[in-house]
Design a protein around this ligand. Structure first.
Ligand code: NAD
Length: 336
């Protein structure tokens, strides 16, 4: 398959690596910054480079594109690609508003092309295993889902496109939190209500860099979403408690590991439980997400994270922003 990558910044290398792993050929990249375009094109030996993403969309050889632009540009780029008949893997968050997301979903549906949103943590094998354990009933009824994604930009400053409301639409809550909201729904089902706090504590930026949201799921289960650009290092973690077992996953300070804690041996007590430990091999989750996108384009599987899924994650984030602003719990159905 011949593909194009729109946006050659930080996240594009994961898409380029994913297409390489899938054996797809990236025939063009678009980026408005000439130096970036030239460097990435040379590094990945991509034959064609465009300053304007509309020109890439008009390239007749291209069947599918990745949209790796700042959040504010996901909408125009996805619409342009869909109208040109290209399948779209759009980075998260799908959009900065629900109406933009609706437009993007409609444009892809009308063009008959696949729209996948890049919530690549669904393609993390730990999340996949967790979902299997939840769906099979192994964990019992889910009572609590806690999710965390936190980092410190590798000890650097946030990249320019993440610092302003005009470009990014929000800070860590939208950036990292949209992934967490997507996983919250993936593990716990629909969310009924959120209560959020956020602050800007570590950087001189227009957006929040630290946030916490409590969740009430439609099932009655509770949860929390914790995000920060003010953590030292990098952590992706989740905890899922059910009436028959618990899952604990973290990639903090070592090989990513998930533990499934349960009681099936007689005589276990407060200090001793049965534990199954999972560690996973193979491609990293961004590349797996690209592979799954290409499988969906070929009709070999359902889209792992649809435009509608992306929209629901944005809805939860918008409800959280309203909650933080108005300092009250917000019913998710208020955000339409
Ligand atoms: N899935 C993930 O884990 C993950 C990780 C990082 C970023 N992202 C998402 O990917 C997107 C891009 O993030 P990034 O970190 O690569 O940002 P970035 O700022 O590093 O790169 C954005 C690139 O877009 C280019 N650009 C800006 N305006 C353009 C235009 N009009 N036409 C063509 N090119 C233009 C810039 O020159 C830059 O090279 C964001 O939506 C972000 O949320 C997702």
């Amino acid at each position: 398959m011949k593909v194009g990558v729109i946006g050659a910044g930080g996240v594009s290398r994961f898409h380029l690596a994913g297409y390489a792993a899938a054996g797809a050929q990236v025939v063009a990249i678009a980026d408005a910054h000439a130096e970036t375009l030239e460097r990435v094109q040379a590094q990945w030996r991509v034959p064609r480079g465009y300053a304007d993403f509309h020109a890439l969309c008009a390239d007749p050889e291209i069947e599918a594109v990745s949209v790796c632009l700042p959040n504010a540009l996901h909408h125009p780029a996805t619409i342009a690609a869909a109208r040109a008949g290209k399948h779209v893997l759009c980075e998260k968050p799908v959009s900065m508003s629900l109406s933009e997301a609706h437009d993007m979903i409609r444009a892809c549906r009308e063009a008959g092309v696949v729209l996948q949103v890049g919530h690549h943590l669904r393609s993390n094998p730990a999340a996949e295993k967790a979902r299997q354990l939840i769906e099979s009933g192994e964990l019992g009824r889910v009572t609590f889902v806690r999710l965390r994604q936190a980092h410190d930009w590798g000890g650097q400053e946030p990249r320019a496109s993440f610092r302003t409301l005009a470009s990014a639409g929000g800070g860590t809550l939208l950036d990292n939190g949209s992934h967490m909201m997507d996983l919250a729904r993936y593990f716990g089902g629909p969310v009924r209500e959120v209560f959020a706090r956020m602050a800007t504590l570590g950087y001189d930026v227009e957006v929040e860099d630290t946030s916490v949201v409590t969740l009430e799921f439609a099932s009655g289960a509770l949860g929390s979403v914790e995000n920060a650009w003010t953590a030292t290092g990098w952590e992706e973690a989740f905890w899922v408690y059910g009436t028959r077992g618990a899952l604990e996953y973290t990639n903090r300070l070592g090989r990513p590991t998930m533990r499934h804690v349960f009681r099936s041996s007689p005589g276990t007590d407060w200090n001793e439980q049965d534990v199954a430990t999972y560690q996973f091999a193979g491609l990293e989750p961004h590349s797996r997400n690209v592979l799954e996108f290409l499988e969906a384009v070929r009709g070999e599987r359902r889209v792992i994270c649809s435009g509608e899924d992306g929209l629901e994650a944005v809805r939860l984030i918008l409800a959280s922003y309203r909650s933080a602003r108005e300092r009250r719990p917000v019913e998710v159905s208020e955000v339409t």
